[in-house]
Design a protein around this ligand. Structure first.
Ligand code: S3P
Length: 189
């Protein structure tokens, strides 16, 4: 049986949200193979459109300009994207407007990671402007505490990713999507 054929899930985009380093892009690429849908990373889209890297955008234009680009892109995708897997930047769900647009765009999956997992994954990373701080670990804890409730608010499905490989996360997402779809169909009936 094909779980996705003609279903709610087939018609929706699937959006991955979560903190920096939680694995949105890698999980998105693998899901895209698994579900045979195109994948797009919104940070990479912004970089291509601006012809600048994310750190350059932060340095030259500032964080606020980047946040406006995120909201604009999200608005555009809400009108145009169909049946895609989308990875967001870790700050996408912060604005209330973005959370509303995310819900409109499709099924939102939150990849939830504990601070220790994030610290381990990002310990040698230099590409995240927000973590260029004297004490990046304290910053990760602070931001996660602040953002955790917003990620939860934005999400339809939450997956814990600590101590797991990407394949098991992908497996769980596809199984949960099926359950999610069945629940949605029951509500619709
Ligand atoms: C950000 C996360 C980054 C990128 C930018 C801001 C954030 O994306 O959008 O550096 O505010 O958490 P990743 O989550 O892909 O690292």
């Amino acid at each position: 049986m094909n779980y996705y054929k003609g279903s709610l899930v087939t018609m929706s985009n699937l959006i991955l949200i979560g903190f920096m380093g939680c694995g949105k892009s890698t999980t998105g690429v693998r899901l895209s193979y698994r579900m045979r849908r195109p994948f797009e990373d919104m940070d990479r889209l912004i970089e291509r459109e601006q012809e600048m890297t994310i750190p350059e955008i932060f340095d030259v234009l500032g964080e606020e300009a980047f946040r406006r680009m995120e909201t604009q892109l999200l608005g555009r995708l809400t009108d145009t994207a169909r049946d895609q897997i989308l990875a967001t930047g870790g700050g996408m769900p912060l604005r209330e407007e973005n959370r509303r647009l995310l819900k409109k765009l499709g099924i939102v999956v939150y990849l939830r990671a504990q601070p220790v997992t994030i610290m381990e994954r990002l310990k040698d990373d230099t590409s995240r402007p927000l973590l260029r701080k004297p004490d990046p670990e304290a910053e990760i804890c602070r931001l996660l505490k602040e953002r955790g409730p917003l990620y939860e608010q934005a999400a339809d499905i939450t997956i814990d990713v600590d101590d797991r490989d990407f394949d098991s996360v992908v497996e769980e997402i596809t199984e949960l999507l099926y359950t999610f779809e069945k629940d949605a169909q029951q509500v619709a009936e």
